[in-house]
Structures are given as structure tokens and as C-alpha cells.
Design a protein. Sequence first.
Length: 283
Amino acid sequence: MKSFKNKVAVITGAASGIGFGLAEKCLKEEMKVVLADVESSKLKEAEDLLLKHGEQILTIKTDVSKLSDIENLAKKTFNNFSEVHLLFNNAGIGIAGPSSWEYSLKDWQWVLGVNLWSVIYGINVFLPLMLKQYSEGHIINTASASGLLSMPSMAPYNVSKHSIVTLSETMYSELKNLKANVNVSVLCPGLVNTNIMSAERNRPEQLQNDTNLTLQREKKHGKFITAMEHGIKKGLTIEQIAETVFEAIKKERFYIIPHDWTKEQIKERMKSIITGTNPFDSY
């Protein structure tokens, strides 16, 4: 896809972070933009900020972990705009600190629901409709460097992001074999200056951990999480990510890896796999 003017983009997790950066870039490209997010107030704030770049904005409150919400998102989008050209399955949450076996089942359900099932729902609902269009389309699934590497203390996040990578790779082959009018890419950023680590504010009540467990974690892993947050603040900007993504869309590039250090660590990981040596320490 080389031209974006007057085309339609749907972005989940659009009220902040990478999603907001993508929305801003879409509007600068004179696209019609559908903003989906679970936070109503943040969604309104995002819309107000983005109006200076373009007025063709539709906001839809969406809990991406619910199939019914994704179906509603698609219904309202197609009712308003008839087509979707860019689908950014972008919504995601971050969680870190405990060892793999220390995460609660509620942690796993929450992270996989938002990070992985949202992408599955997005593909299941939107892709069949996009394939019926005469116009070209492109799906961008947001994974992470943690979808290509296995960082310690981030098991649920790693699992969700690795799953998105392999799902996207599978889709790529299937769509190419079909000679479909829809392309796919997977975005695998490292540290980006967003508020991803403050996602607890949106954890559903039924998936919240016991207060004592939460306090124990804060005491045990507080320094690790604080260090991560400091690193995130020094990461790439959302504007840099958005520019990289659009360049990849224009060139039909599947892997979108904005950080060079990620590629070096991927080489080390692949070397371990090919030579049969034990996994390298990615700390």
C-alpha cells in the first residue's frame, strides 16, 4: 500500500502509547481513523488532541478481550465507512517481576486476554470482511521484542507476544498462497516511551489478585519494575515507531523491528538453536 489518503484505519489501544502515535500518523496521511480503547475518558482526550490533524475520527469504547466488543467495533466501523484498509491490532498490557511459576492464573488470563485473544478476535472478525473488499488492506499485529526473545520475569507477556509472532507468520504464508488483497506485518518494538507498565488501572475486578499478593510483589519486585519503567522512559518515541510502521507498510515488509539491539540478540538466540547450545542469558 503506497497511498493512504481517504482510506480507513482501525486502531485498538488508540488512546495512548503506540496506538496514539499510529492514529496521529494516520490522520497526517489524511486517513479516516477509528479509535478503539477500553478507557472512555482517555479516548475522549485522545480525540480532542487528534482533531488538529484531521476531523474524520470515530471513537468506540472497546474491551479487546471480549469478542462481542470486537464485533461491535467492526459493525460500527463498516456502518460508518464501508471498508477497512489498515487494521492495527495494537492493544496490549505489560506485566513483569515474578518468576514464571509465581504468576497467578488471573495474571495469565488477563494478559492473554488483552494481548493475544484481542488479536485472534480482530483477525477472526475483520479479516473475512477485508478479504471481500476489492481494495487492498494491511493488518499490523503489535507483538514485541519479547515475541522474538525470552526475557526473564515476564512469562505471561512473553507467551502472548511469541504467540502473536507465530500467528502473524502463519497468516503471512496463508495470505500469500491465496494471492489475497490483504497483507500482514508484525511489529516487534523494544523499549518505547509509553505507559504500558501502568496497565493495572484497567485490570477487571474479577481478575484482580489478592491484596496481600499484590503487596508482596511490590516489596519483592519493586526495584526491578522501577528499573524497567526508567528504561521505558528512555525508549523510542511513539512518533518514531509510527514512522517506521508506515515505511514498512509501503514496502510490504513483514517484520517491523525498530531497535537494532533486538536483531543482535535474535542472532544469538538463533545461534543457540542451530548449534544446540543452551539459551543465552538475555538479561
